[in-house]
Design a protein around this ligand. Structure first.
Ligand code: MN
Ligand code: MN
Length: 281
């Protein structure tokens, strides 16, 4: 543990509009673990960034963001971890603030999205990922990072989930998606239309960084070639600015030790800055 805040996130909980926090959990990771170490790498490396974003013409120094630290989680009890994340997110939302959660593996999004749904029953989810994450279970386990979006569908229902950049999953998942979610394979071409459609709806945004090509972002547990460029991700974030009601968001699946150059951690840091500035107006 280090005591450093993410750069520019120096507000107290009380004064902040947005609470940044980390969830060092990789308990259901199907291939290579290590996302639990993401925040430990991100916080110190965030000092390689400027607080100012020339893309958004906005500065972390001009908004009130609190770095709430990392949740301290029990080992070996997925359900207890889910409860702890949900309770934290519920508390933040009850204080009329937003949260920006940094994983951890993708399963951490489930309790966060559940908490957002309980406050905003009209919730819609925008999901960027290489993977469908729509398995009903992974080797018999319904709580898995390969099932996270399917578990969200259990309570959100049809027409609420919008998936982009997807290029890996079973045939059954892709078939299932045809009648239950909006799923765009490979690219983000229909994102602008989706944003227009969801303009005034409550929206939660979950970004699995493996949506990026492994050439850009090799530091992840399940790298999947054929992904989007960083410029395309920045363009997507720019589009998110047109949403009037982003309720909270997350970013997941950095495994810093798989990229010794540190470039993947830099990708995560920059994405966090851009997203913090997007949700905190
Ligand atoms: Mn995922
Ligand atoms: Mn993925």
């Amino acid at each position: 543990m280090n005591n450093l805040n993410f750069i520019g996130c120096d507000a107290s909980f009380e004064e902040a509009q947005t609470i940044l926090f980390g969830v060092p959990f990789d308990g259901t990771t199907s291939f290579r673990p290590g996302t639990r170490f993401a925040m430990q790498a991100i916080r110190p490396d965030s000092y390689g960034l400027e607080t100012y974003s020339p893309y958004l013409d906005a500065d972390l120094e001009d908004v009130m963001i609190c770095d709430g630290g990392d949740l301290e989680l029990p080992f070996g009890n997925t359900q207890a971890v889910m409860t702890q994340i949900k309770d934290y997110c519920t508390d933040v939302l009850a204080a009329n603030k937003m949260f920006y959660m940094v994983g951890g593996e993708h399963l951490v999004s489930l309790p966060a999205i559940e908490a957002a749904y309980e406050k905003y029953p009209e919730l819609h989810v925008i999901h960027l990922d290489a993977h469908t994450d729509l398995r009903d279970d992974y080797m018999g386990e319904p709580l898995s990072h390969a099932s996270v979006i399917r578990r969200c569908h259990d309570f959100l229902g049809d027409g609420r989930i919008f998936q982009f950049g997807i290029r890996s999953g079973t045939r059954e998942e892709f078939e299932w998606a045809k009648t239950h979610t909006h799923l765009e394979k490979f690219t983000l071409t229909t994102l602008a239309k989706t944003i227009e459609q969801l303009k005034d709806k409550p929206v939660y945004i979950t970004i699995d960084l493996d949506v990026l090509d492994p050439a850009v972002f090799p530091g992840t547990g399940t790298p999947e070639p054929g992904g989007i460029s960083y410029t395309e991700l920045l363009a997507a974030i720019k589009l998110f600015q047109q949403l009037n009601h982003i309720v909270s968001a997350d970013v997941v699946e950095l495994s810093p030790q798989y990229d010794v150059s540190g470039a993947s951690t830099a990708v995560a840091c920059k994405t966090i800055r851009e997203m913090l500035l997007t949700i905190t107006k």
